[in-house]
Design a protein around this ligand. Sequence first.
Ligand code: ADP
Length: 422
Amino acid sequence: MSQPSDRFWKLPAALAAGLVVGGLLGWLAGGHVATGVALVAFAEIVLLLTRIRHVTRHIMPANPTISPLQHDRFMTRSRRIASSLRDLRSAAGSLPDAVVLLDNDQHVRWFNHAAEDLLGLRRPQDRGTALHERMGTTELAGWLHDGAHEPLNDVIAPGHPNRHINVTLLPFGRRQRLLLARDISHLTRLEQIRRDFVANVSHELRTPLTVIHGYLELIDPEDVPELAPVLGEMRAQSKRMGQIVEDLLTLSRLETQDHVTDERVPMTPLLATIRKEAEALSQGRHHIAIESIAEADLLGSPKDLHSALSNLVSNAVRYTPTGGSITIRWKRTPAGATYSVSDTGFGIPATHLARLTERFYRVSSSRSRDSGGTGLGLSIVKHVLNLHQARLEIESEPGQGSTFSCCFGHERLLKPGMQDDV
Ligand code: ADP
């Protein structure tokens, strides 16, 4: 194969050879050596120019000439694009949310100032590093390592132990990712203030309410027959207030908890107790049945699970007219096991279903109050289930009835009487 230096000498050698041949031909044609050399030199120059033109056209076929006007326009447009890019970059750079551009392997390509603050990234050394490794042993690192499928909510910012962030990973461009981390510290603080306020108010109300309720119980209606109806109403209302305070305190406790005790909760006796409570509340007005075929116990907090599961039955009794039926089921599903309570009661219009677990949300305030509800029952159920990694499903048809189901995963199930998971 010829080397570049060999190729460099090929052209001058060919030109020189051409000139020698031209001189020879001129000498053979009558001693006109110079004329022969000149003619060949002219032909070689024409040939070279043709080649240069051909090569130039090949390189710039569509743009043989650019007029000064076109050149100016082109330059103006380039400057505008460059300035827009600079603006975009500086806007992204000064966003209050952390923005990190990642390649397909989660290596950092670019990040803004907030990412330095919230995620602790440093310039220039963190460009090109693998983000999940750079984040060390933080929750964020684990989340990235597991594929970051769902947004990550309320975690400590790796670069700032006093800040809380929500993190999302979005697809960006061709096989790139954009990591967005939003500082939610102010919301977390407000939420904490709200929780503390509710817990403190409930706690402060508990003692005076107990005293009032105690004195009301001491008064015998027969001693003051003219006040008997008033006394009855005062007792019922103070009892209701007491129940609201207790439910608020339960909710405050559940909200601050991030896990539950892992105790065996035997389901056969628990279902029997729930049924007894329901019958006491129903006073024979409903037909109550149990179908327990799961053959599994639960793993979690006995007190909280009892409270949540019996709450659904108490709702079914309170929102089902006399003569209706209530069925409590505990059965296996492919995902684990489901505890459900079906009734043939009033039912709930579909528009209310999504909001039922909000505090004090009621479909009908008067019906809830008349039936002795606090408006906090389903909120407590939701929190208890969350702490057991379970979820609440509600199906309802107005005038037909409702089914409230608690879906537990395999990890929360135990074989009755044994210690291993089902
Ligand atoms: P409450 O103490 O008012 O019953 P909950 O949080 O337990 O509060 O329930 C919220 C609302 O959901 C109730 O006010 C009621 O309107 C509706 N609800 C709950 N369970 C049922 C049910 N089984 N049938 C019809 N409506 C129900």
